[in-house]
Design a protein around this ligand. Structure first.
Ligand code: SF4
Length: 106
């Protein structure tokens, strides 16, 4: 590979990774929020506000349980919303909750 070809190769590789990173950021920022009316959300008792969860329906729910403290939440600490493994392509509220809540490890 001539040094010119090598330079072109690295420029293409850099451009390709920049596109990938930009795409990932757009997906994270642009993901629509999960609606509480969504059939899957209803099945799991998802609430965008953990404080509003029906204690009679979900006696095991505790106020300290939120999406931000859930193992399935992959948003960054401090973000108002982020992706959840249960709802691919959508974002959940960091202060939300659903009955699939699992304590974040660590
Ligand atoms: S699985 Fe966890 S992060 Fe996802 S909606 Fe339920 S409580 Fe929130």
């Amino acid at each position: 590979m001539s040094s010119n070809n090598r330079r072109v190769f690295f420029m293409q590789a850099a451009a390709a990774s920049a596109v990938l990173v930009a795409g990932r950021q757009a997906m994270a920022q642009g993901a629509p929020m999960v609606s509480e009316q969504d059939p899957q959300a209803q099945a799991l008792g998802y609430s965008a506000d953990s404080a509003k969860v029906d204690a009679k329906k979900f006696p095991k729910h505790a106020a300290s349980q939120t999406c931000a403290t859930c193992q399935l939440f992959t948003g960054k600490a401090g973000d108002a919303s982020g992706p959840c493994g249960i709802f691919p392509g959508k974002a959940v509220s960091a202060k939300g909750w659903c009955s699939a809540w699992v304590k974040k490890a660590g």
